[in-house]
Write a protein that binds this ligand. Structure first.
Ligand SMILES: *[C@@H]1O[C@H](CO)[C@@H](O)[C@H](O)[C@H]1NC(C)=O
Ligand SMILES: *[C@@H]1O[C@H](CO)[C@@H](O)[C@H](O)[C@H]1NC(C)=O
Ligand SMILES: CC(=O)N[C@H]1CO[C@H](CO)[C@@H](O)[C@@H]1O
Length: 671
């Protein structure tokens, strides 16, 4: 075996000697040297890592990743090995997400094969009797996305599932086709296409290979259930358990023979290429449900897919927008899919600077609007030119407020967003708008004043989507839902969809802003004047250790009697208190919250008031995926924006000094 030179920097003569000694020691089952060289590990952990290395090498068929693990093992880099191998990548409601590296902790052929076996075994057990089990598979343009989709399809085909495949069946991934240097990007899809296709075929489940807006080194495996929503409990736990009991590759079924199984699947009709048909259906559905028959877009604007997959489908819709073609300007350096995301620091429209290129382009061509999707086009952002010529990007809640107001205007007038009148002529009282619990309270105020219904859900689109389904089953119309993290849901799928959002946003701009008399800021002011000012002060604390979150929340809870809640936080009076970790809600009769309790994640929400009757609502929660303690605050005032800002900032300060003590707890503050 040849280890890479640079990995062997320290492999000098003396370490060869040490190496021989280790072998001797290993023979004698003594891990003494290893323990002194890796003092952080006990001998049983070292033995466990050795075991994991052996397990890995028995499974991995990729020469280069095998070598990487073998080299680390030769170099006795137990620190690196423990990170790669000890803790298996966990499967949750968001599926899998990690960097693409060898090892059980990461995204690679082995872990994708294992996850797919687990998922498919679970589906075979749980699909209703008498229905043919089937799965939709799509992928974005990231490195290895196509390969991971092919592996998933191979497992599905050998298991007898019908596969609705949104990717390419003749130009296979570079991993399978040695003549290809790069991925073929023509048949990538934006994430909402997977739930859309599930609904279309009534499939049992779907997988989308994407890491959304994560850095280039990451990938992910997002799972949808047969209802077209991201999985929620108990399926997450069920699938995770099924993965654990299906870790060995199904060699009797030749799961690794991807090319052969692909071909066989195509021939037998078990694997069906649906990209072209589904794109057509999606574009048609947008036209029916979201584009008014007389729609037009008369103002110039810039669109960026942020190096991702959104552009082809967006461009296709623009070719026939209310009966005519509409023009948009591209951001040349970002318009094609590029898995390296070269022109942005983070491929996330929420990050500072992500829209700089797009705004520069807009200035150049004299456009006043920029719209953007994140790389897998399930989310949406926008920026506009203010009257003083400066540019401002709208926040997630501001875009939510504009959408809510626009949809309300249409529904109130008995209209429908699209050309199909069957979709949305319900009365307001039969209409629900949804938002996640950390999003703005503006819709609540709107709902109260205008007489429609709103419902909040737990953070995350899996909850919003499932709630939308429930309400629709009860006969309600759910034209809109959103969460502040720039996710917007309209009617095509029960999930966020950045393309739907772009299409509705363009019509909203056409109605309100095309002539330049009113800008989005001014429109927002009008909305606030009707419903009150809601100003956010969101931020987070970075932790050096994830376990600190629980400690901090436990300290907060120990400052008052169990079953009660604090009267004050600093000088703020507590009006309402909800703790979804332990399951307490001061607003309900039995003090049980309506939203589900989850003891494994920390989350407290409260409504507080200052001495001048200004109100703030905050939610503090641990991040599910990162070492962050997130704080969402919204100040509300019926008088002025300044008042809403004051109370929101004051609330941040009170939480910081009374609860989080960043200095004492070693937290880094990021506002
Ligand atoms: C998978 O590929 C192997 C190897 O070519 C083949 O023997 C097997 O029949 C294929 N499985 C299916 C279901 O097509
Ligand atoms: C093997 O793994 C490396 C990454 O470790 C990857 O770049 C390469 O494409 C893989 N090769 C095949 C044939 O899957
Ligand atoms: C629907 C809406 O606009 N806002 C709701 C979002 O969630 C919060 C938190 O529960 C509700 O209080 C809001 O009314």
């Amino acid at each position: 075996m040849a280890c890479h030179k640079t990995q062997f920097k320290s492999f000098d003569f003396s370490s060869i000697f040490v190496y021989l000694c280790i072998h001797l020691a290993q023979v004698l089952h003594i891990h003494l040297y290893l323990m002194s060289a890796n003092p952080q590990f006990t001998s049983s952990t070292l033995a466990e890592i050795d075991q994991k290395v052996a397990e890995w090498l028995a499974l991995d068929r990729n020469e280069s990743s095998r070598q990487e693990i073998e080299c680390l093992h030769k170099l006795k880099d137990y620190n690196a090995l423990s990170k790669k191998l000890l803790h298996r990548i966990s499967f949750g409601t968001a599926g899998l997400r990690s960097s693409m590296e060898p090892g059980f902790a990461h995204m690679n052929d082995v872990t994708i094969l294992q996850a797919s076996q687990g998922l498919i075994a679970y589906l075979l057990k749980n699909v209703a009797h008498g229905t043919e089990p089937s799965i939709v598979i799509g992928y974005d343009h990231r490195h290895h996305s196509q390969r991971f989709a092919e592996l998933t399809a191979s497992v599905a085909v050998v298991s007898g599932l019908k596969v609705y495949y949104l990717g390419s069946v003749d130009r296979l991934s570079p991993e399978l086709d040695s003549l290809r240097k790069t991925c073929d990007y023509t048949l990538t899809v934006h994430t909402p296409m997977v739930p859309f296709t599930i609904k279309h075929f009534g499939a049992s489940a779907g997988v989308m290979v994407t890491a959304s807006h994560n850095p280039a080194k990451d990938n992910g495996y997002k799972v949808y259930y047969g209802n077209g929503c991201q999985i929620i409990p108990p399926h997450d736990v069920g699938i995770a358990a099924s993965i654990d009991s299906n870790l060995s590759p199904w060699l009797d079924k030749n799961v690794w023979d991807v090319t052969e199984n692909f071909t066989a699947g195509l021939e037998s009709g078990r694997l069906i290429a649906v990209h072209a048909d589904m794109t057509k259906s999606y574009v048609e559905a947008i036209k029916n449900e979201l584009i008014a028959p007389d729609a037009s877009v008369s103002f110039p604007f810039v669109y960026t897919p942020m190096h991702g997959v959104g552009r082809p489908v967006f461009a296709e819709i623009c070719r026939n927008f209310g009966g005519k073609a509409i023009q948009f300007a591209d951001v040349e350096e970002q318009q094609e899919p590029d898995p390296e995301f070269p022109s942005v620091r983070f491929p996330n429209p929420e990050e500072k600077g992500a829209l700089d290129h797009a705004i520069a382009k807009a200035k150049k061509i004299g456009a006043r609007f920029v719209i953007a999707n994140d790389p897998d086009a399930d989310r949406f952002s926008a920026a506009f030119q203010c009257k003083d010529s400066t540019w401002r990007q709208l926040t997630g809640n501001e875009i939510g407020a504009l959408f809510a107001s626009f949809v309300l205007e249409i529904v109130r007038n008995g209209g429908s967003l699209g050309s199909n009148p069957a979709l949305g002529t319900q009365a307001l009282k039969e209409t629900y708008f949804l938002n996640s619990t950390v999003s703005s309270q503006l819709m609540k105020a709107m709902a109260a004043k205008e007489g429609f219904n709103y419902q909040d859900t737990l953070t995350g689109f899996k909850w919003i989507g499932n709630k939308a389904l429930d309400l629709k089953k009860q006969g309600f119309f759910v034209p809109f839902g959103y969460e502040e993290a720039i996710g917007y849901m309209f009617t095509l799928v029960d999930d966020k969809d950045g393309i739907s959002a772009a299409i509705v946003f363009l019509q909203l701009c056409q109605r309100w802003f095309a002539d330049g008399a009113v800008t989005p800021d001014e429109k927002l002011q009008q909305i606030y004047e009707s419903y009150g000012w809601f100003k956010e002060c969101n931020g987070y604390y970075k932790l050096d250790d994830v376990s600190k979150t629980e400690k901090i929340f436990t300290t907060i809870r120990s400052s008052f009697e169990p079953g009660l809640y604090p009267q004050k936080i600093g000088d703020l009076k507590v009006l309402e208190w909800r703790d979804l970790t332990i399951g307490f809600d001061s607003k309900t009769l039995n003090n049980k919250p309506i939203l589900p309790t989850d003891s494994s994640s920390q989350m407290i929400t409260a409504l507080v008031e200052d001495s001048e009757s200004r109100i703030a609502r905050f939610t503090c929660r641990g991040s599910g995926t990162e070492p962050k303690l997130k704080v969402y605050i919204e100040g509300k005032s019926d008088k002025s924006e300044a008042d809403a800002v004051t109370i929101a900032r004051h609330c941040w300060k009170m939480l910081e000094t009374n609860w989080f003590h960043p200095e004492k707890n070693g937290l880094e503050v990021v506002v």
